[in-house]
Every structure is written in structure tokens, then in C-alpha cells.
Ligand binder design. Structure first.
Ligand SMILES: Nc1ncnc2c1ncn2[C@@H]1O[C@H](COP(=O)(O)OP(=O)(O)OP(=O)(O)O)[C@@H](O)[C@H]1O
Length: 380
């Protein structure tokens, strides 16, 4: 059988990844057989309620998980740019597509500790939750940026490092004279910008940001999101942006991946999710947050809470909270597939779209009615 050609713009291919946390009262199956792809320069939003496995998946991709977490299956394949493309990579260039991506694919889960150190920062950097508190309080912002550069580019002299630090500060909108400022001398938004500067320091191909703006007020949050989006576009840096706020992701991301109970339940372009959130959970999540733009929507929320991730049962994990659940949802596990035959890009794991069970495609009205009825019942 002929080998399938890897698309030129493919950067990350996460295949069937499973992660468990081993606890005294049983293993928590936090990520269950997740597949995900990320293209070069793409902004992918990873959404889902608290505890659905977003951070665990991101940590698995970056190989940052520590015991009691264990990756129990799957692969994380990374397609680096050819070396010929990387000359002078400290100064960002227009990035080109690759000739033969199959040639030097990296299996992230099999990297040795020293290979991992190379991989992180150079190829992938991570901005954690409450990132602005990640800065060292007793070091100036400049020193912290320069240290990050020096650690990975020992060949760079002090002047070149300082020049690069100033360049990075300017990129994220911080005046150069702030290079001597300590974190406590900066506002929350500025600290967040400094953290982004560090993440960009070595010009990685992909940045993972896990709820980086939740501690900021809405206005500053929007400024930071705009900055992130502009920088990613300017340097063709791919981004996995994690948040539970789906409406925020609709504005920032090219594509969305929505998780529930450790599983991927919908994957689609942001435009498609905006028009038609296909999974009842995606609809509920979208209507749990107000939007600054777009049509006014009635906020309904999703009554109930996610299931115990220690239990493995058949059926849809969302069935117990789903306003549209019907018989097969409780016994047959849905798999991701196209929601409609005319759009192979919008994948949903829901029996409502399985012709074997369902007759008519549900629309926003049915979802809205369903959730309202559910909310009324949960008040009784
Ligand atoms: N050290 C741990 N031991 C046991 N279970 C854990 C541990 N860390 C996380 N979990 C469980 O793994 C599941 C996934 O957690 P994770 O933090 O990845 O979710 P999340 O979607 O990123 O949530 P949040 O937005 O709150 O960070 C949750 O059920 C959580 O309770």
C-alpha cells in the first residue's frame, strides 16, 4: 500500500494520545484517545470546561507531565522545518513550506532528555496559567529574557543577547528602557507581555498558551489577545491556545478543538462552530459566555457537572447532561465523524449526526429549547 503523503504545512500530528493519573482510588483517565493536527502558523483553540483534560493534553504534547501522570498510549509527531530554512533563525524570517516532511519527523514522546531540552524553546514553548506570576521577582525582565536566550544559544555574545532582548520587548509593546525593570514595577498586562517575549525568544515554531489571560481584566485581556494574534501571523508561529471560554476562541482561532471528559467531541474551523456548533456540548459552552462581538445570545449554561474520569463506560460521556440525549447515547460510544456530508472539516462525536440513529439534523433552535427545558428542570 502506498504511504500517505504528509501535507507540507503539517507541524504537529497528535495521534491517539491517552493520559492517566494514577491515584490511590483508581486511575483518572484524563485524556482518552485524542487526535489533533496543527498546521504551520495555525491558531488552534482548545476549549472545554475545567477538568476536561485540556492542560493534560498540552502537557503531554510538550512532554511536561510528571508522575502520577503517565502517557499510556499514542504518538506526538512533530515536523520541523528543514535546516536550510532555519539560517539566522534568531531573526525571524518568512517561513517556507517544506519539501519532504516525512524525512525528519520527530517522535516527541521518544525524545531523550537532552533532545527534549533542544526541542523545548527552540521548537515549542509553553506559557502557563497565571503566566505573569511565572517571572522571577528578583531578576529584571531583561535578565530573564537574556537568560532564556543564553541557555539555548551559548554562541551568542552579551551584546547580541541584549539586542535580541530589546527587539523582543519592542515586539510585545514594552519600551526598551523597561529592560531594567523588575516584575513588580510592571502592570499585569506588561508582565504578561514580558512572558510572551520570553516565549518568543528563540523563535519557536509553536507556542502553547494555557489560559494565559484569565487573571487580567477584560480590556487588557483583549489587548493581549490581539498582540498574540498579530505576532503569530507576523512570524507564522503556530499557537495552541487553551481556555474554557469558547466565545473568546471564536475570535482568536482559525480552528477549534472542543474536549469533554478527556475526549475530543468536536473539531472544526472557528467559522463553522460560530455558524453551527454541532455538538450539544459545544452549543452549551458557547452560550455559557457573553461575547463582545456578534449577535446577542441568551446565556443558558450547562446544568450538572462532568463525569468521574476514573470510570470507563460505554455511551456518550455527555449523555447525562445533554438536552438532546436519546437511547443510543446511553449505550453506544459515538466516534468523531463529519457532521454533514457536505463539510468533511467539521467533525463531531454525536449520535444526532449518525444516520443509523437520527432522522433530522438538529439546529440552534432545538438546542436552545432543550437547554432551557433542562435549566427549568434543574431548578425544580
Ligand atoms: N495530579 C493529579 N492527580 C489526579 N488527577 C488529576 C491530577 N491532575 C489533574 N487531574 C485530573 O485530570 C483531569 C484533567 O485535568 P486538566 O487539568 O487537564 O483539565 P483542564 O481541562 O485543563 O482543566 P482546567 O481548565 O481547570 O485546568 C481532571 O479530572 C483532573 O481532576
Amino acid at each position: 500500500m502506498a504511504e500517505q503523503r504528509v501535507p507540507d504545512d503539517l507541524l504537529l500530528d497528535v495521534r491517539n494520545v491517552c493520559v492517566d493519573y494514577y491515584a490511590a482510588n483508581g486511575a483518572v483517565h484524563a485524556v482518552r484517545d485524542v487526535n489533533l493536527t496543527l498546521k504551520r502558523g495555525e491558531i488552534l483553540g482548545l476549549a472545554g470546561e475545567s477538568g476536561c483534560g485540556k492542560s493534560t493534553l498540552a502537557f503531554a504534547i510538550a512532554r511536561l507531565l510528571r508522575p502520577p501522570a503517565e502517557i499510556t498510549g499514542g504518538e506526538v509527531l512533530y515536523y520541523p522545518r528543514p535546516h536550510t530554512d532555519r539560517k539566522g533563525s534568531m531573526v525571524q524570517q518568512n517561513r517556507r513550506g517544506r519539501n519532504s516532511p516525512q524525512e525528519d519527523v520527530i517522535d516527541v514522546l521518544s525524545l531523550s532528555p537532552s533532545q527534549l531540552r533542544q526541542f523545548r524553546w527552540n521548537e515549542l514553548s509553553v506559557v502557563f496559567q497565571s503566566a505573569m506570576n511565572a517571572l522571577n521577582p528578583v531578576m529584571t525582565v531583561g535578565t530573564q529574557i537574556i537568560d532564556a536566550i543564553k541557555a539555548h544559544r551559548p554562541d551568542m555574545g552579551p551584546d547580541a543577547c541584549r539586542k535580541r532582548a530589546l527587539e523582543l520587548l519592542e515586539l510585545v509593546g514594552i519600551a526598551g528602557d523597561r529592560i531594567r525593570s523588575y516584575p513588580h514595577e510592571l502592570s499585569g498586562g506588561m508582565r504578561q507581555r514580558a512572558v510572551i517575549a520570553i516565549a518568543l525568544a528563540l523563535n519557536p515554531e509553536v507556542i502553547i498558551m494555557d489560559e494565559p489571560t484569565t487573571a487580567l481584566d477584560v480590556v487588557v485581556q483583549r489587548e493581549i489577545l490581539e498582540l498574540i494574534s498579530n505576532l503569530c501571523k507576523e512570524f507564522n508561529t503556530a499557537l495552541i491556545f487553551i481556555t474554557h471560554d469558547l466565545s473568546l476562541l471564536l475570535e482568536l482561532s482559525d480552528r477549534l478543538a472542543i474536549m469533554y471528559a478527556g475526549k475530543m467531541i468536536e473539531k472544526a474551523t472557528s467559522a463553522d462552530v460560530y455558524k453551527h456548533p454541532r455538538h450539544p456540548y459545544s452549543y452549551g459552552l458557547l452560550n455559557s459566555f457573553p461575547t463582545l462581538h456578534g449577535p446577542r445570545r441568551k446565556m443558558v449554561g450547562i446544568p450538572g457537572s462532568p463525569p468521574d474520569l476514573r470510570v470507563v463506560s460505554s455511551g456518550c460521556p455527555f449523555a447525562a447532561r445533554c438536552p438532546m440525549a436519546f437511547e443510543p447515547c446511553r449505550s453506544v460510544t459515538p466516534v468523531l465523524g463529519p457532521a454533514t456530508s457536505d463539510n468533511q472539516e467539521q467533525l463531531v462525536a454525536c449520535h444526532l449526526y449518525n444516520p443509523t440513529y437520527a432522522q433530522k439534523l438538529p439546529g440552534a433552535q432545538e438546542f436552545a429549547k432543550g437547554y432551557e427545558a433542562l435549566a427549568e428542570r434543574s431548578l425544580v
